[in-house]
Design a protein. Structure first.
Length: 310
């Protein structure tokens, strides 16, 4: 006998949507929230492309609405860090929590929705100055840089969205990108190019973060000219991609070379009874709306799997 029909690991858009759908299906549902991992959606100041919100919506507000809706359908919530999963001989999954909440949970099925975390530059000074000028979240830290100069590293949607947000506070935002064109969507590019506070440094990478008690400059290498310059700044915001939060299942599930969980179109993983959805899963588009769709599919597939056990 298992404690739950389904345990959902992760409380971002994918996990919470799965919780809504599994709760509505009258499956006994538990959502495990890892307090060390914040959903990327939670950090968004304004989400403009989620259907139904003409003026956009704050990320934390949207996530809170998801959670209330899941609770409305009797999904339970527990805070903890999942250490490992293990299948018993009776096909029940054991989920071991740790780091203060050493609890062993059991479930007939599991949905993994642990998302992804920002990648680091892995350059000298990055770890030393984290929290003292190095940040991975403009929404969290932009207010500390009022009337100061900051550097944003990256050229995708996240980098440009955060650069635009930083212009509300900083007097100057330098965007350092390793190519000569942005990867961000066109509407974001247009806004950034029109913003007089943003200056682009093309074909360049940050090779070192400099400072004493806090960040004072970054060392930049121009990849085409093979030259270096030290650029004064008060803060560095890094947005160079993400890594999936999947280390706890690397011995159980088939992952791709970057650590993303491989599933089929029904969100089924390589292990029977385990499903995956959202940013931890290998997929071409990482958006809140796609995460929600995958969460719904994962819950439906989970329901079908449990029905097959009866």
């Amino acid at each position: 006998m298992a404690d739950y029909d389904v345990i959902i690991i992760g409380a971002g858009p994918a996990g919470l949507t799965a919780g809504i759908y599994s709760g509505r299906a009258r499956l006994k549902t538990l959502v495990v929230e890892d307090y060390t991992i914040l959903s990327q959606a939670m950090l968004a100041d304004s989400i403009e492309n989620y259907p139904g919100f003409l003026e956009g919506i704050n990320g934390s507000e949207l996530i809170e609405n998801f959670k209330k809706q899941a609770e409305k359908f009797d999904a339970e919530f527990k805070t903890g860090i999942v250490k490992y999963l293990k299948r018993r001989e009776d096909n029940i999954w054991e989920i071991q929590l740790g780091d203060g909440n050493d609890e062993l949970l059991t479930s007939r099925s599991v949905i993994i929705a642990t998302g992804a975390s920002p990648r680091k530059l892995d350059v000298p000074g990055e770890d030393i100055f984290q929290g003292r000028g190095v940040s991975y979240c403009a929404t969290c830290d932009a207010a500390f840089y009022k009337d100061k100069e900051v550097v944003v590293v990256g050229g995708g949607d996240s980098a440009i969205e955060e650069a635009l947000f930083l212009t509300r506070f900083a007097k100057k935002v330098f965007v350092v990108h390793r190519r000569d064109a942005l990867r961000a969507t066109k509407i974001l590019q247009e806004r950034a190019f029109q913003n007089k506070k943003i200056e682009f440094i093309w074909d360049s990478i940050v090779t070192q973060i400099l400072g004493a008690e806090k960040v004072t400059a970054v060392r930049i290498k121009n990849l085409k000219k093979d030259t270096y310059q030290d650029l004064h700044c008060d803060g560095v915001f890094v947005f160079v991609g993400y890594r999936p939060n999947t280390s706890f299942v690397k011995e159980i599930l088939i992952l791709d070379k970057d650590g993303y969980i491989i599933t089929d179109e029904n969100m089924k993983t390589s292990e029977e009874g385990i499903f995956a959805c959202g940013d931890c899963r290998k997929r071409p588009l990482r958006q809140i709306v796609t995460a929600c769709g995958e969460g719904a599919i994962a819950a439906f597939s989970c329901q079908q799997y449990i029905d097959s056990l009866l």
